[in-house]
Design a protein around this ligand. Structure first.
Ligand SMILES: Nc1nc2c(ncn2[C@@H]2O[C@H](COP(=O)(O)OP(=O)(O)O)[C@@H](O)[C@H]2O)c(=O)[nH]1
Ligand SMILES: [Mg+2]
Length: 315
């Protein structure tokens, strides 16, 4: 599946856009003086307004996209900020149309070649300064586009398993064992590693499984990270919290329990805990884990033990 921002067009900066327009304007071949000046204005109007309107139109309607992706916009830039930005770009297109209209009728009413030239020049000058006024908006939009395009293609409507747990507990092993996951080199906000989205079928339904290295595998401190995690609440998902009961990953059961509590505060979806690596854990550790988490499905991900129960409980 595609994410909604995949096809956002590249965005020129103000000077690039002005240059593009001016080049076209002066390439007009028309010997009648009056007609030529009118054509110049019309062409400048067409290129500039089409360009600006396209930028706005190419953006998926913010009120219609899935709340998960709207939340991504909120985290990356701010939804209402983006709406005003797009509004300013539309407004500039509208004003250019209006002043083009008056300039054209002024030229039509004039019989003085010098005056016609002055009107056309004045129009181009005002158009350029209007475009320069949205310089920052265009450059912001270009940056937002880069970030949005880089978001992973998650289908928020598919039944989804989201993996959590400290690094080394066996999350990737589980994803590899049950799905067709190819690591996507795309980043989720506030993570540095690539996110992994895989799919498989269970009980006749397509299931999505997501491993988010750098997001659900460490205690959360920053506000932005909290938002990035809360956004997962918009996905139709359940969380599988994987515990390394052998503590072989270097994190104690206490630390793992504390991460679990930490995530539980931010995630509204159901969280199911699994005990992995029971092959190398002694009974004492398993009992201790049960004291912390209650009885849980025991797994040996590397040997496929417990995978059926894992799938059954989560789908
Ligand atoms: N003994 C044992 N090792 C496991 C088990 N599951 C995963 N591992 C190993 O633990 C290491 C970390 O696993 P990985 O899936 O990369 O963990 P992740 O960081 O949570 O994705 C790897 O060397 C795995 O082979 C298990 O059930 N038993
Ligand atoms: Mg991993």
């Amino acid at each position: 599946m595609k994410q909604p921002f995949e096809d956002l067009p590249t965005i020129l900066n103000s000077e690039e856009l002005i240059e593009k327009i001016i080049k076209e304007v002066y390439s007009i071949d028309e010997s009648d003086y009056k007609k030529r000046e009118i054509l110049r204005i019309k062409r400048a109007r067409r290129i500039s307004t089409r360009y600006l309107e396209n930028i706005v139109r190419a953006f998926p309607s913010i009120d219609k996209i899935h709340p998960f992706y709207r939340e991504m916009i909120e985290i990356i830039y701010g939804v209402s900020k983006l709406k005003s930005l797009l509004g300013r770009i539309s407004r500039v297109a509208r004003i250019i149309k209006e002043i083009a209209e008056t300039s054209i009728s002024d030229i039509k009413n004039s019989n003085d070649l010098n005056e016609m030239k002055k009107i056309r020049k004045a129009f181009l000058g005002r158009m350029a300064s209007l475009i320069r006024k949205i310089e920052e908006d265009l450059s912001d939009l270009s940056k937002i586009r880069e970030k949005l395009k880089d978001l992973p293609a998650i289908d928020p409507e598919l039944p989804t398993i989201i993996l959590a747990g400290y690094p080394g507990v066996g999350k990737s092993t589980i994803v590899r064992a049950i799905s067709s996951a190819k690591p996507e080199v795309r980043s989720y906000p506030f993570t540095t590693k690539e996110i992994i989205v895989g799919h498989f079928y269970s009980k006749g339904k397509k299931i999505q499984i997501i491993d988010t290295p750098g997001l659900l595998d460490r205690p959360i401190k920053r506000k932005e990270e909290q938002m990035a995690i809360s956004a997962l609440n918009y996905i139709n998902g359940k969380i599988a919290f994987i515990v390394d009961v052998a503590e072989s990953n270097g994190f104690t059961l206490e630390e793992q329990k504390s991460l679990y509590e930490n995530l539980k505060k931010l995630l509204k979806s159901e969280i199911i805990v699994f005990f992995n690596k029971v092959d190398i854990a002694n009974n004492e550790k398993i009992s201790k884990a049960e004291l912390y988490f209650g009885p849980c499905v025991k797994m040996i991900a590397t040997k496929g033990v417990g995978l059926n129960e894992f799938i059954n409980l989560l789908t």
